[in-house]
Ligand binder design. Structure first.
Ligand SMILES: Cc1cc2nc3c(=O)[nH]c(=O)nc-3n(C[C@H](O)[C@H](O)[C@H](O)COP(=O)(O)OP(=O)(O)OC[C@H]3O[C@@H](n4cnc5c(N)ncnc54)[C@H](O)[C@@H]3O)c2cc1C
Length: 263
């Protein structure tokens, strides 16, 4: 596990150069990568620690969007006055990720780059139609999440920030695994300038949009509008924590709660 070089660059440009080595790996909060190293699931030749890069930090309002730097830790998003004012559902989501230790170390950039099916942030990114900024381009949320632990990021590409459009309304609800707080099934709903968006996380191998619920909420923004919509269990996750059928049922329950939370 410990047989690797360690680098701590101070600019994105230097980090990109170091990550040109295909066996090097970026590290932010380390809350996913370090356990993976300990289990020998990953054996990088070098770790490129991003936490010394000032340009990846900070949360700022820019026009009608909130731009959150990749290194923003969950606790910073949860406690940010800007986030609470602009997108309270995002602050609420951040405040329910893992436990205090996880929230004090884990970063939004690490979480979204990792795209764990049971992670929280991908639902907000997709549900709000955010734009992912990287070291070389901007990627729309609809094009970013490609599958389980898979994103549109190319090898060596660094997620630098996420630009969240400020919605008219948004809400999030999740059924959490009581041990880890990872998502069993969660739903993020948003009424945005671009229309209504509904993103489901935890239930399937990758976060996805629930178009039937989007149409129902566009016609009638109320918990009743989604109460009768059944998510198909086909292709949903089934494991020791819950069957696909249970997760499908949870999607409707969480959607109702998310709409009520959004108000
Ligand atoms: C006990 C426990 C409980 C948890 N519970 C939850 C939960 O309830 N909900 C939830 O959403 N998450 C949960 N997590 C995960 C946690 O939220 C971390 O955010 C997550 O592990 C990734 O963030 P990180 O900063 O730690 O990334 P790291 O572990 O540093 O990196 C993760 C991956 O992303 C890559 N990476 C990191 N930063 C970047 C970047 N800027 N650009 C490109 N690639 C990058 C790394 O190379 C690595 O492959 C939990 C973790 C633990 C250990």
């Amino acid at each position: 596990m410990y047989d690797f070089a360690y680098h701590k660059p101070t600019t994105v440009a230097d980090a990109v150069k170091l990550l040109a080595d295909p066996d090097a790996k970026a590290i932010s909060g380390g809350h996913t990568l370090l356990p993976a190293l300990k289990h020998r699931l990953n054996r990088p030749s070098a770790l490129v620690d991003l936490t010394g890069i000032a340009e990846l930090k900070g949360i700022r309002k820019q026009g009608n969007a909130l731009v959150i730097g990749a290194l923003a830790r969950h606790v910073e998003v949860a406690e940010s006055a800007e986030v609470k004012a602009a997108i309270p559902a995002l602050a609420y989501m951040a405040s329910h990720i893992g436990d205090v230790q996880v929230r004090n170390r884990g970063t939004i950039g690490g979480s979204v780059s990792n795209n764990d099916p049971a992670a929280d942030y991908p639902a907000a990114v997709l549900g709000l139609g955010a734009t992912i900024h990287t070291s070389s381009r901007k990627i729309a949320a609809d094009d970013f999440f490609l599958g389980m632990f898979t994103t549109a990021l190319e090898p060596g590409e660094i997620l630098t920030a996420i630009e969240f459009p400020i919605p008219e309304k948004a809400g999030y609800a999740k059924m959490k695994n009581p041990a880890s707080r990872y998502v069993m099934a969660g739903v993020f709903v948003a009424k945005t300038a671009g229309g209504v968006r509904v993103a489901v996380n935890g239930a399937g191998p990758c976060v996805f949009r629930q178009s039937e619920m989007e149409r129902a909420l566009a016609a009638n923004w109320s918990a009743d509008a989604v109460a009768g919509i059944r998510q198909s269990p086909e292709d949903l996750n089934s494991d020791i924590h819950g069957s696909a059928e249970y997760r499908a049922h949870l999607v409707t329950v969480m959607a109702k709660r998310a709409v009520l939370a959004a108000g």
